[in-house]
Design a protein around this ligand. Structure first.
Ligand code: HEC
Length: 161
């Protein structure tokens, strides 16, 4: 170590000014967020605050083969989803849910829906909803914003800070 110190002092290296290496990493970071969901993106509240309901309706096409959303709509392979936000889990009386979903309990808050739709089988091990999940956080936020318009538009959005 001492030798190193002496060598450094002896050579008096001059380094280029720091600014020569400055790279604007801002753009790089944000494109990583868009392409890789492992990178922590903006919180759900922020995504919901700028969510696009019309896009969410399009995303719902992936759900429509198994779910209806209109009030009093029929159950298909999955239960009717009208007013799903803040609705108790497993609440549609004439639908036969998995015991895994019923045992999960509680209501479908924003975070619950986000986690479930990201990967159903991770959030509820043993769910019979066979859907791979929506990888993109913004797709989930758009979809949840759309579901919110269906009977639960008064449920306050999570803080967007
Ligand atoms: C292949 C059919 C299928 C697809 C596609 C599907 N679901 Fe489901 N969904 C189900 C089934 C079956 C259940 C019941 C799960 C259980 O009982 O474990 C369910 C349950 C749910 C529940 C819980 C409902 C309740 O009353 O507790 C929500 C919320 C939900 N789905 C949302 C969605 C959304 C949003 C999409 C589209 C991104 C989607 N599902 C796509 C079949 C599907």
């Amino acid at each position: 170590m001492v030798i190193n110190e002496i060598a450094t002092l002896a050579i008096h290296p001059t380094y280029p000014e720091e600014t020569a290496y400055a790279i604007d990493t801002g753009d790089v970071a944000s494109s990583e967020v868009a392409s890789n969901d492992e990178v922590a993106g903006p919180p759900l509240g922020v995504l919901l605050a700028s969510a696009d309901v019309a896009k969410g309706e399009k995303v719902f096409k992936k759900c429509g083969s198994c779910h209806t959303v209109e009030e009093g709509g029929a159950n298909k392979i999955g239960p009717n989803l009208h007013g799903i936000l803040n609705r108790d889990k497993g609440a549609v009386g004439d639908f036969s849910y998995s015991s895994a979903l019923v045992e999960k309990g509680g209501a479908w808050g924003y975070e619950d829906l986000d986690l479930f739709l990201k990967k159903p089988t991770t959030y509820i091990k043993g769910t019979k909803m066979s859907f791979a999940g929506l990888k993109k956080p913004q797709d989930r936020a758009d979809l949840i914003a759309y579901l919110r318009t269906l009977g639960k538009s008064d449920v306050p959005l999570p803080p967007a800070e």
